[in-house]
Ligand binder design. Structure first.
Ligand code: FAD
Ligand code: MLT
Ligand code: ZN
Length: 474
């Protein structure tokens, strides 16, 4: 039997309303949903479906299951591994969750929020703040990424050091399973040992096991005070010593510790010339750090300054500047968040997102900085990331004069050099961005046969027709 796309689109329109079914065939511009944020993966969609409720998601999933149409769940489409866009054959439908965007409840006493999957991360942060609470997940794409996408990627970001990544922030989920049934796991409990913890399956699954429609997440007391500093260090080993020392000085108040290489700072200042030099001297490495607590800015700033002076005396840093107010703190954070954009403007780079035991990071980076130029003459490493979590973005920009396509063709070889070393040190080839299409084949090289077999069994058990974001992860 041939597939009748016209009739399929009619059925979808009948379920969620014609205005919410977009298609190229219907003359709609769907380009924002078929190309990934980096412009690395270009797909085509049978349709972009925009349901407005969990019941509508269920109806669409049932339609897809009856007709054998694969669904690609999509949030803000800010993912960096090609997981949120359809394949090029035009046979998959994008299920865009943006209309499910309500914050259903903020339970201030329980310190939880129940929020729909399409809610933009920044909106949840703002609503939590209005209730005197903090939702701590924070990342450069927070103005457009959505909670469902954050959960499906187990997003990390810049506050993981203190609050953990998305998995640690999720207490409950509502998920539409591949057969259309709704699994209601929306509990706001911090303790619950009643059998398998099913929600964990969907966190970080990149939409391959079901559609997340809502979540109950943890909130925290809103910090009254914030203190930010920028330090210059002469090596990563010194930055690691600084991390250990500050843990001791700041304890629970320590919220962020981001490593930024000298070339990464230079790149941001090249593409965003309004960026001031963070320190008077130049250093090979820098650290952006933050502390927060419920007291006053002045007292916290003083505590951070005292800690940093002790670190200077102990040889854990070379130079440091403390942000004197919120605007200065924001300027430093903007420098950090603009690295991704500067690299995008700079042209072709091969992105990495690795994690290692913190004790092994300095050795790994030194080894790579020595080996890369030998293997790829002129390649420019742009290294930065969440050193406090053992997670580095060891990106490699094209040598001057090498065309983007030619550099991208080196991806496999560059990845092999880096990832073999990472795995030999018992690290991970993806700490936060995920597998998607980008690292699917590579993941299969590094996971054991037993790990892959269990993953396939779980996929088969939940999605026997293989209609949930096929071609991603596995
Ligand atoms: P999408 O890109 O739309 O989707 C991502 C994955 O989730 C796909 O597999 C998709 O199918 C699935 N998905 C989406 N919604 C659902 C749902 N409701 N149910 C089931 N599956 C779903 N990531 C970090 O971890 N840390 C960072 O610091 C960070 N910084 C970034 C900075 C910039 C400038 C950019 C562009 C990206 C950054 N990212 C970062 C990557 C990205 O923002 C995160 O992966 C984010 O969590 C993706 O959310 P999204 O809503 O855009 O999801
Ligand atoms: C970051 O830490 O800035 C993000 O993970 C995005 C990126 O690596 O580009
Ligand atoms: Zn990151």
């Amino acid at each position: 039997m041939t597939f009748d796309s016209v009739s399929w689109l009619e059925q979808a329109r009948a379920l969620i309303g014609p205005a919410h079914v977009l298609s190229e065939a219907g003359g709609d511009d769907v380009s924002a949903h078929t190309r990934d944020w980096r412009g690395k993966f270009q797909g085509r969609a049978l349709a972009v479906l925009r349901p407005g409720s969990t019941a509508e998601v269920q109806a669409l999933v049932r339609l897809a299951a009856r007709s054998g149409v694969a669904l690609v769940p999509q949030g803000g489409n800010t993912g960096l591994c090609g997981a949120s866009v359809p394949t090029a054959d035009g046979l998959q439908a994008v299920l865009q969750l943006g209309r499910l965007n309500r914050v259903r409840e903020i339970d201030a006493e329980n310190n939880t929020a129940t929020v729909e999957a399409g809610c933009i991360l920044q909106t949840l942060q703002e609503q939590a703040a209005a209730a005197g609470r903090l939702f701590p997940l924070s990342l450069g794409a927070e103005g457009s990424c959505q909670i469902g996408g954050n959960i499906a990627t187990n997003a990390g970001g810049v506050q993981v050091l203190r609050y953990g990544n998305m998995r640690e922030l999720v207490l409950g989920l509502e998920v539409v399973l591949p057969d259309g049934e709704c699994l209601d796991l929306l509990r706001g409990l911090r303790k619950d040992n009643t059998g398998y913890d099913l929600k964990q399956l969907f966190i970080g699954a990149e939409g391959t096991l079901g559609i997340i429609t809502a979540a109950t997440v943890k909130l925290f007391a809103a910090p009254g005070a914030q203190a930010v500093a920028f330090a210059g260090v002469s090596s990563i080993a010194q930055a690691v010593r600084l991390l250990g020392a500050l843990r001791g000085h700041l304890g629970e108040r320590f919220t962020a510790f981001e490593l930024i290489s000298g070339p990464a700072v230079a790149l941001v200042r090249q593409y965003f010339p309004e960026t001031p030099a963070p320190l008077s001297g130049d250093w090979p490495w820098y650290v952006l750090m933050e502390a927060a607590d419920g007291g006053s800015d002045e007292v916290l700033r003083e505590a951070l300054q005292t800690a940093l002076m002790a670190c200077l005396e102990d040889g854990c840093l070379e130079d440091v500047a403390l942000a004197g107010n919120l605007a200065q703190a924001q300027t430093l954070w903007t420098l950090r968040e603009n690295i991704t954009h500067a690299q995008q403007l700079d042209g072709s780079n091969i992105k990495h997102d690795v994690s290692l035991p913190i004790s092994r990071i300095a050795g790994f980076v030194e080894q790579m900085l020595a080996q890369l130029p030998q293997a790829f003459a002129g390649a420019r490493p742009i290294v930065y990331g969440h050193l406090g979590d053992g997670n580095l973005h060891f990106n490699v920009s094209a040598p001057p004069g090498v065309a983007p396509d030619a550099w991208q063709r080196q991806t496999e070889a560059v990845n092999q050099l880096l990832h073999d070393a990472v795995v030999a040190l018992r690290g991970s080839i993806s700490a936060e961005h995920g597998i998607g299409q980008l690292k699917r084949d590579e993941m299969a090289l590094y996971k054991t046969a037993a790990e892959l077999a269990v993953m396939r069994r779980i996929k088969q058990a939940l999605d026997p027709q293989g209609l949930m974001n096929p071609g991603k992860v596995l």
